[in-house]
Design a protein. Structure first.
Length: 201
């Protein structure tokens, strides 16, 4: 399996771990989030590692991927969310109008990023809107379980949606690298081996 596919899966799991953290605790790890949000502005990168500024930026996601696929995770719902994101991205890929709308919203967010900074609320709100106007209209929808008091906070909701958009970006990389849902399930051992190699390489 291509290295790019493993990087994409690591990034996907990193997104979903931060989504889960927001839904449960109401906070995120800024260092882990930055390369994920930044990936939305790198649609024409030469390779998957470049999308995230290097493999080291998604080491936390690779660790999470290994935990999930090794059967040692206490948060197995993240793997179910990952499969749903992959399914949603496949549907999105066939909707040119929605893809164009996302591109338009990202250009708007890029201007906000240049004015305010990468993870300023203004940028995150625009990414959240892009998700709401596109992915939220498709089935299957990604269901995020969490604490009601956290999921009722508008700022948390915006951050979650922005990260789900970044998760879809990772799903695009996965598909472009030849990945699909069956590969994730049928090649678990190979994915584990390659993820461990990326962490030690």
């Amino acid at each position: 399996m291509k290295t790019a596919a493993i990087i994409a899966l690591g990034a996907l799991m990193q997104c979903l771990h931060q989504v889960d953290r927001l839904a449960q605790q109401g906070n995120w790890d800024e260092a882990e989030v930055r390369p994920l949000i930044d990936s939305l502005f790198h649609l024409d990168a030469n390779c998957a590692a470049d999308v995230y500024g290097g493999v080291a930026a998604i080491h936390p996601g690779l660790h999470g991927l290994i935990r999930e696929l090794d059967g040692n995770a206490s948060d197995a719902h993240l793997l179910r969310m990952a499969v749903t994101v992959l399914q949603a991205e496949r549907k999105l890929s066939r909707r040119r109008g929605l893809l164009d709308l996302i591109a338009e919203r990202i250009r708007s967010a890029e201007r906000a990023r240049d004015a305010f900074g990468l993870i300023h609320d203004n940028v995150i709100e625009r990414m959240s809107a892009a998700y709401t106007e596109t992915l939220s209209t498709l089935n299957p929808r990604v269901i995020v379980p969490g604490q009601p008091e956290q999921l009722s906070q508008p700022r948390n909701v915006c951050r979650i949606r922005a990260l789900l958009l970044a998760a879809v970006r990772a799903a695009v990389l996965w598909r472009q690298s030849g990945g699909n849902g069956w590969r994730l399930l049928l090649h678990r051992r190979r994915i584990l081996e390659q993820a461990r190699q990326l962490l030690t390489g």
